[in-house]
Design a protein around this ligand. Sequence first.
Ligand code: SF4
Ligand code: SF4
Length: 435
Amino acid sequence: MTTHSHLKDLDYSVVQQCMHCGLCLPTCPTYDATKLERNSPRGRISLMRAIADGRLEATKAFADEMYFCLGCLACMTACPAGVNYAELFEHARAEAEASSVLNHPQRSAIRGFTIGWLFMDQRRLQLLGKVMGLYQRTGLQTLVRKSGVLKLLPKRLQELEAMTPRVQPDFSSDLIAPVTPATSPKRYRVALLTGCAQDLIFSDVNRDTAEVLARNGCEVITPPEQSCCGSLHAHNGEWTLAQVLARRNIDQFPPEQFDAIITNAAGCGSHLKHYAKLLAGDAAYEKRAHLWDAKVKDIHEWLAHIGIQAPAAGPLKAQTVTYHEACHLCHGQKITAQPRTVLKAIPKLKLVELAESTWCCGSAGIYNIVQPEMAGQLLDRKIDKIILAGAHTVATGNPGCLLQIQNGARQRGLPLRIAHPITLLAEAYRGETGI
Ligand code: SF4
Ligand code: SF4
């Protein structure tokens, strides 16, 4: 039984905006896979509206449908009526969580530990990262994998174990000083968000981002203690926890003090730019949240805006690169040209376009963990297109996509490099001096 209805509370102009034209249907990966109306944006919006109108209670079938949706937002790009599917989707998942329809002791325990505890404090996540890092680097993981003991686990757990990302030996605070001075004439003062999982798995990308910003005339402020942006919470129906994290981030990075607040993770950026909606009605934060939203910039967006200082052609080798567009960069933030501008600024880099570059790779937050079948189909499709592109490197601006495509390449035995565009740019700057 629903105790509080997020969909009934939602502005009705958002709920009733869909005109059922169906133009979004061909762009929706789940509809494309099943051809079922209920797996389409239009079908899902009809269900949401029925709940908002009081014609339907949140049922398990409704909740399952909301979790079958990738949240890729391709439907928003396609929609001529400007339906705000992102907002509908977050409220629908919150509706599903507020009802008891998905309650199960195991699910509650996993969500409570991860979303409710682990990702609420970066020190907890770093502690887990240190333990995992030791397990991986001491050779224990290799030993366990070779011993065959993993074969005793259920198949799904074996698959999850194989997907476990490698934790970096150093986290962002070990690699980036709290203040990185500009290495070319200073024009801006920016803050760098180092993320939660990004801090553990891609701290090197964070370091590259700080270096690239400094090289482009930015003084970079990177507080060693940071918090998750809360997108994981908002996308999984935990509205209140997402609000707690939004307030914490605004306090930690007062938007009045920076020219820009930089993120290099597409999924985070897409959420970070909407704190004002999340904190609407909060007298202490709403006004600052508007300023915050205006200051948050994806790294590619910011560099294209301030003008990239092109690296000089050093002794770097020529490379062919294709670009996969993270959903929350191209659909969530409408950032499509800027990452290509970054890549094209790199000497000796040939950019070849990827067919279906904006089609989801199946990562979608934790979708590849909770919906492995659909995520696997999407990954196969993505890897097929990557093979056709014939590039040696795939560039993409989101940690989830980086990991997903890395896993896909490993499963197929492909010698592909998967890298963040900013890493490629940082390498080009380092290559100027032959370091
Ligand atoms: S967010 Fe993606 S999966 Fe969900 S309805 Fe829209 S296009 Fe389909
Ligand atoms: S394209 Fe927009 S208006 Fe048309 S069915 Fe899809 S969501 Fe509704």
